[in-house]
Design a binder for this molecule. Structure first.
Ligand code: MG
Length: 462
């Protein structure tokens, strides 16, 4: 994938364009709500108590779901980290924004700066914006959160099983642990003398402040940063994008949680995330912000099944991360806004791409008019005023439409092993599943409904 390098003049025109495409908004919302998105990494559909896990204890998320809207048919836009995040932040399917897979620490590229992120859209409406946690949309300065609409950033710039890029910018007072030093970092290169994996940097803004960061403290650090950001911005609308590093492998939990869950270390990490959610919701209550704050909790993709016990559970769904089976895309999702969102369990369809459009709509802004946005405004669903506008969903593997859902029916044009891997050739006869009756995608209905196969196959031509 080739991306144009941003240049000064280009950035100037981008700013003008952004202003023009977003100033066509309807009347500014009178009291625009705060928006908090908590995004887990590789958390599966079956990994929370409230989604049926028998031994992982998630009392705070269970309570959040009981007080808010729990989705049973919510899709992450892609089954891998970077593509999923790019879609969440732009409201577009991967072939449109061009982030098709996963960025590694040795990649020098990232989310195309020409994309308009939710943070940029909300910033134009006067929001304060913060990104805390895993970014994974490019770790070079021109791709980092500060260049993509966020006022501040604290986090690990990519997956926690990656390594340091020896060319990164380090803060003057960066803290090194174990036997690391700046000289040692710089002594590596990305081709011959590769830096060790699973040792990752913690960034503040565009600079590394800790290397290697102690991963057992990440959930705590992210939570503390989230509380500070909320306190500092309690009097103005804010957008907090909190992307947890866990439960992506390698798994770490702080001392308070380590060894506590019956599910082992995987459960420890989820239980710590659950604690974090509880602390954040309590903080919003304490600051009396709950009547004007939407909190949305979800995951970037399904569980990593090939790592077995170290990965999560897709519950009753088929397949996991990397795949276009339901277990790769369908994730837990909870929307919470006491007094505004009634306690509900919804089987209406929605997706992470819809959070872009919904977020802008809540802020009183229209979606950008100069490009195709795939996200839809689900606020009528959230506020009990109607069904979800989402009636269909496209499952992409890189640039390829591999499966497509319309209503309760899902067609697969290509399939993969349930744990991932390369897709096979295009199926001569696609597979067809009735997801309402068969969420586990077990019983192919293609021969029973050839008319549906031919109707749904038209999605390939769009
Ligand atoms: Mg992931």
């Amino acid at each position: 994938m080739t991306l144009r390098k941003p240049q000064l003049l280009h950035s100037f025109f981008s700013l003008i364009t952004l202003t023009l495409v977003l100033t066509q908004s309807h009347l500014k919302a009178e009291n625009p709500p705060n928006i908090v998105i908590i995004f887990c990494d590789d958390l599966g559909y079956g990994d929370l108590g409230v989604y049926g896990h028998p031994t992982i204890q998630t009392p705070n998320l269970d309570c959040m779901a009981a007080e808010g809207m729990k989705f049973t048919q919510f899709y992450s836009a892609n089954a891998v980290c970077s593509a999923s995040r790019a879609s969440l932040l732009t409201g577009r399917y991967p072939p449109r924004h061009g982030t098709l897979g996963v960025y590694f620490h040795h990649h020098q590229t990232g989310l195309n700066p020409d994309e308009i992120t939710l943070a940029e859209g909300l910033k134009a409406e006067g929001y304060s914006t913060a990104c805390i946690g895993k970014w994974h949309l490019g770790h070079k300065e021109e791709f980092l959160p500060l260049a993509q609409g966020f006022d501040s950033y604290l986090g690990v710039p990519y997956s926690n099983d990656m390594a340091v890029d020896p060319g990164m910018s380090f803060a003057k007072d960066a803290i090194f642990s174990e036997d690391w030093s700046l000289e040692k970092v710089r002594s590596y290169d990305l081709k011959k003398n590769k830096p060790p994996r699973n040792l990752v940097p913690l960034l503040q803004g565009n600079e590394v402040i800790e290397f290697p960061t102690d991963q057992s403290l990440l959930t705590k650090k992210y939570t503390e940063a989230a509380l500070s950001f909320i306190s500092e911005n309690k009097d103005s609308p804010f957008f907090l994008y909190l992307a947890q590093t866990m439960p992506h492998i390698p798994l770490f939990a702080s001392e308070d949680f380590l060894g506590k869950s019956l599910r082992g270390i995987y459960g420890d990490t989820i239980e710590e995330i659950d604690w974090s959610v509880g602390v954040i919701l309590d903080h919003l209550k304490k600051l009396k912000l709950t009547d004007n704050t939407l909190v949305f909790f979800t995951s970037d993709n399904g569980p990593w099944l090939s790592v077995k016990l170290k990965g999560g559970s897709q519950g009753l769904l088929r397949g996991g991360k990397f795949t276009t089976w339901e277990g790769g895309h369908r994730v837990p999702a909870i929307a919470w806004w006491p007094g505004k969102i009634e306690p509900t369990v919804t089987s209406e369809m929605a997706s992470t791409i819809d959070l872009f459009t919904t977020g802008l709509s809540l802020a009183g802004a229209n979606s950008p008019s100069d490009r195709t946005i795939d996200g839809l405004d689900i606020s009528p669903l959230l506020f009990g005023k109607g069904p979800s506008p989402r009636k269909e969903f496209s499952f992409y593997k890189t640039n390829n439409l591999q499966a497509y859902r319309k209503g309760g029916w899902k067609i697969h044009f290509k399939v993969q092993k349930e744990t991932g891997g390369r897709p096979g050739e295009r199926l001569e006869t696609p597979l067809l599943f009735n997801l309402h009756a068969d969420p586990s995608e077990q019983y192919d209905q293609a021969s029973v409904h050839p008319e549906l196969v031919s109707e749904l196959s038209k999605s390939l031509d769009n």
